[in-house]
Design a protein around this ligand. Sequence first.
Ligand SMILES: Cc1cc2nc3c(=O)[nH]c(=O)nc-3n(C[C@H](O)[C@H](O)[C@H](O)COP(=O)(O)OP(=O)(O)OC[C@H]3O[C@@H](n4cnc5c(N)ncnc54)[C@H](O)[C@@H]3O)c2cc1C
Length: 383
Amino acid sequence: MNLGRENHPELREAVAALCKQFDSAYWQQVDEKRAYPEKFVDALTQAGWMSALIPEEYGGSGLSLTEATVIMEEVTRSGGNAGCCHGQMYNMNTLLRHGSSSQKKHYLPKIASGELRLQAMGVTEPTAGTDTTRIKTVAVRKGDRYVVNGQKVWTSRLQHSELMILLARTTPLDQVAKKSDGMSVFLVDTKSKGIEVKPIRNMVNHETNQVFIDNLEIPAENLIGEEGRGFRYILDGLNAERILIAAECIGDGYWFTDKSVKYSSERIVFDRPIAQNQGVQFPIAESYMEIEAANLMRYKAAALFDKKASCGAEANMAKHLCAKAAWEAANVCLQTHGGFGFAAEYDVERKFRETRLYLVAPISTNLILSYLAEHVLGLPRSF
Ligand SMILES: Cc1cc2nc3c(=O)[nH]c(=O)nc-3n(C[C@H](O)[C@H](O)[C@H](O)COP(=O)(O)OP(=O)(O)OC[C@H]3O[C@@H](n4cnc5c(N)ncnc54)[C@H](O)[C@@H]3O)c2cc1C
């Protein structure tokens, strides 16, 4: 079906044509082997879709965020997993927005061509959790370099990245006026001495890792922007990340809806298609309605971002509503498939696992609700 495909039809067709080459058997094999979908990511990069948000002057496609979201939506809608590569699209934002002109000239064209992959971002730490200001990874300036020690967790795609955006504290927490001050962002060569990577076996195939950092030396010229302002730079890039992930969830939501409609129309039990039972139809209709509604917020957030208007609330609402709608559609799809929903060959259980992530990462539901309560509704600060 072609539900929800009204916008940017030509772009959609081009991305969908590429995705079609990577069918259900391809993704099942990657998932089963817990492998990285190298061929798919290479094809997406070579076609220029991964550099959508890099301006043309640096060799990228210079598309709007709205168009970039369409690319990611088509990936998940085709049955693929955009989580394997979305970092390459948005991590460079920190560099683009806050890097020096020589950093941008040096790195962005290589990131655009795929020669350098900037797919990893090390922010989360095991003891700090969502309270990023409590990170314990420390960078100390020593002459023309910084020496970094600490630990990160859930650093995704590090094995498939030449570069990583790393957040570390450069001024101790008890010496800053505001707890969000005193952290800095660095561009790190992932093959440097002092980085030990331990993959975490987990529910989704994201190749995510524990990272142990022991006397890692980073040239001072790899500091992005000003020392001490790194947390702001990271926050700055998050709206794009949230909106892109919202669109991935929309792609998932339509994929589940298509699957539910098709299977329920074909599956005969009690001598009639199960879809003929309203107990089967109604949840599909309801979850479809929720996807449609969430999709409006996704486009609103993306349009505000493209106008360079403030969009923190809309980006958060889009991510939350789209993740919830996709999850509901996933649940309905599994239920519609009955026992067959659990069989890997139907792809439903894989997509079910993949879409569940987005209620937790990159930011969990409660933190979005608390942002809205405090910053939009003016309710008392909780933490
Ligand atoms: C597959 C995967 C990939 C990831 N990739 C990356 C990555 O590439 N880079 C990176 O830096 N991070 C990454 N993450 C980390 C992710 O962003 C965090 O897991 C997420 O932000 C939640 O943090 P936490 O796990 O520390 O949960 P915690 O902070 O320990 O929170 C646990 C639960 O408690 C709730 N909670 C905590 N505090 C409050 C409060 N004050 N009020 C109400 N509820 C609260 C949270 O909402 C959550 O539900 C990834 C995670 C996963 C699972």
